[in-house]
Ligand binder design. Structure first.
Ligand SMILES: [Zn+2]
Ligand SMILES: [Zn+2]
Length: 249
């Protein structure tokens, strides 16, 4: 598997730290997790066409994680060459309602024309896909949210979406080859529903992951040693992501 962070930031604009998005090449499939604004554009920079994306997994419906769902659906309507590959979007409870509301806002401009669109509302559990599985776990955020764990060829990559520490998050990352955690706020100014560097280190240590990547940085970390705080708890390799950070597992 090969995973690229398409957006290492949040809703606050900052060069190099775009809103949340992740691209994973899993076997023959192209998978996107979360789609904040500009995800489609950054996929193009990576050389991946939106026409080839098989599945989109949304962690929750805050705009910094899902705005580009509209961009995906609009682009896929454009005729030349017409998209024919089915497109499946997964997300927590409320996905169908969100889609219906988007259709009310954008009318036919986002409705599929040449391909099959499938919307799947997930509960915690495992989705079996061609050559890999994706497990969803409930996260603890200010709205209903899921974390995802992709397993393929004996390797596991887990992604928290937005959450604060919870048992399900540790289970999600248990023994993962790569654990990708949101890291929103400083230790000294923690905010409910999000993680701090120390908490990320503790979760990584408890989960026993091989490698930790931190993402979803609010611009509160200037002059702040994130790595040192993670290190107090977790001894494995740590990467502080920027847009386009890529890790192969
Ligand atoms: Zn959120
Ligand atoms: Zn967020």
């Amino acid at each position: 598997m090969r995973v690229t962070i398409l957006g290492a930031g949040t809703a606050i604009p900052r060069p190099g730290y775009s809103p949340a998005g992740l691209y994973a090449r899993v076997g023959r499939e192209h998978v996107v997790l979360d789609a904040g604004a500009g995800t489609l554009q950054r996929l193009a920079r990576l050389g991946v066409s939106f026409r080839n994306v098989d599945r989109l997994f949304l962690s929750h419906f805050h705009p910094d994680h899902c705005l580009d769902l509209v961009s995906f659906l609009f682009a896929m309507r454009l005729p030349r060459p017409a998209r024919t590959k089915p497109f499946t979007v997964y997300g927590p409870h409320g996905l169908t309602r969100l889609y219906r509301r988007l259709c009310t806002a954008f009318s036919r401009w986002i409705e599929p024309r040449s391909y099959r669109l499938r919307l799947v509302e997930l509960h915690p559990g495992v989705v079996r896909l061609p050559g890999y599985t994706v497990r969803a776990e409930s996260m603890y955020h200010s709205t209903e949210a899921l974390g995802y764990r992709i397993e393929a060829g004996g390797k596991a990559v887990a992604y928290s979406g937005d959450t604060e520490p919870c048992e399900d998050l540790v289970r999600l990352g248990q023994g993962a080859d790569l654990l990708i955690l949101e890291c929103s706020m400083r230790d000294e100014r923690r905010v409910e529903g999000h993680l701090t560097p120390s908490e990320c280190g503790q979760i990584a240590a408890e989960a026993g992951c091989r490698r930790l990547v931190l993402t979803h940085f609010y611009p509160v970390f200037r002059g702040y040693d994130i790595r040192a705080r993670v290190r107090r708890h977790f001894r494995g390799p740590v990467t502080l992501a920027r847009d386009f950070t890529t890790v192969a597992v």
